[in-house]
Design a binder for this molecule. Structure first.
Ligand SMILES: C[S@@+](CC[C@H](N)C(=O)[O-])C[C@H]1O[C@@H](n2cnc3c(N)ncnc32)[C@H](O)[C@@H]1O
Length: 241
C-alpha cells in the first residue's frame, strides 16, 4: 500500500529529499569546516530541528550519523506527521506549521522551558499558496528568531537555486548571509527528476548570528565527545592573539 508520504503534494510543496542528497547535506554539516564547529563536530548530544519534516527523509542520515541527537520535527500535514511519528526517527513530532511552532518557542523561552537548537537541517517548502518565496520566509524566520538557535548553531538548508540570483528583498537577505565560497553548494541538474519536481536547488549553510568570529564550542556542559575538548581552550576571536 502506498503511504501518504510516498506521494508528492505540490500544494504544500512536499517533495521528499532524494536519499543521496539527504545523506550529503547531513554528512557535510558534520565534517570539519562545517559542523566541525557549528554542530559541535558530531557531538552526540546536539539538539536538532527539522522544521518542515515531511515523512522524515532528512532525518534518516541524521539518525545514522548522530544516533544520540535529540530531534524535534515539525510537520503540518497530519498524515505525514503521523507517518513520521510511526517511523520513530524523531524524539518529538510537532504537528504544526513552522510559523505556529516558532510562536510557541517564544512563549516557552520566556517561561524558561525551552532549550535552543544546535543544528537545523531543513528542506523547506519551496513555495506555498500566495507565498512564492516560502523557503526564504522560513529560513529568515529561523535565523532571526530571538530564541530558537544556540550561539554556535548552524542552519543547513536545501533551497531553490534562485538564492544565487534572485532580486527580491528576501532572497537578497538570505544571500547576504552566505559565504560565497563555503556557504553554498549548487546541486546537479536533474537531482529532483525522479521525485517529479522541476526545480533546481542548492544547499546553504549559515551560522547563527552571534557565532561569527568565534571558535565554536560545545554548548553541552557534560559532553564527553572528544571533539568537544576545545571547550577548555576556545575563546572569542577578539580575545585571541
Ligand atoms: C520539500 S518538502 C520536504 C520534506 C522533508 N523535509 C524532506 O526533506 O523530505 C516540504 C515540507 O514542508 C511542509 N510544509 C508546508 N508548509 C509548511 C509550514 N508552513 N511549516 C512547516 N512545514 C510546512 C510540507 O508539508 C512538506 O512536508
Amino acid at each position: 500500500m502506498t503511504a501518504i508520504g510516498d506521494v508528492p503534494d505540490p500544494v504544500l510543496s512536499y517533495w521528499p529529499t532524494p536519499p543521496e542528497l539527504a545523506d550529503d547535506v547531513v554528512f557535510r554539516c558534520l565534517t570539519p569546516g562545517w559542523a566541525d564547529g557549528a554542530a559541535c563536530g558530531g557531538c552526540p548530544q546536539v539538539r536538532i530541528l527539522e522544521p518542515s519534516a515531511g515523512r522524515g527523509d532528512l532525518l534518516v542520515p541524521v539518525r545514522k550519523y548522530l544516533p544520540g541527537a535529540h530531534i524535534t520535527a515539525v510537520e503540518p500535514a497530519p498524515q505525514r506527521a503521523a507517518q513520521l511519528r510511526a517511523s520513530g526517527l524523531a524524539d518529538e513530532v510537532i504537528e504544526a506549521t513552522l510559523e505556529d511552532y516558532l510562536e510557541t518557542v517564544v512563549w516557552a523561552a520566556m517561561a524558561g522551558t525551552f532549550e535552543p537548537f544546535d543544528l537545523v537541517v531543513a528542506n523547506p517548502p519551496f513555495t506555498l499558496p500566495d507565498r512564492p518565496e516560502a523557503w526564504a520566509e522560513h529560513f529568515l524566520a529561523m535565523y532571526e528568531h530571538p530564541y530558537l538557535l544556540a550561539p554556535v548553531a548552524q542552519i543547513s538548508a536545501i533551497v531553490p537555486r534562485i538564492v544565487t540570483t534572485g532580486k527580491s528583498k528576501r532572497v537578497k537577505a538570505v544571500r547576504a548571509l552566505l559565504d560565497p565560497y563555503f556557504g553554498i553548494d549548487i546541486h546537479d541538474k536533474g537531482t529532483w527528476k525522479d521525485i517529479g519536481a522541476g526545480v533546481s536547488t542548492a544547499t546553504i549553510w549559515v551560522e547563527a548570528r552571534d557565532c561569527n568570529g568565534r571558535i565554536p564550542t560545545c554548548p553541552h556542559p557534560n559532553c564527553e565527545y572528544e571533539a568537544c575538548d576545545r571547550r577548555a581552550t576556545s575563546s572569542p576571536a577578539s580575545e585571541r592573539t
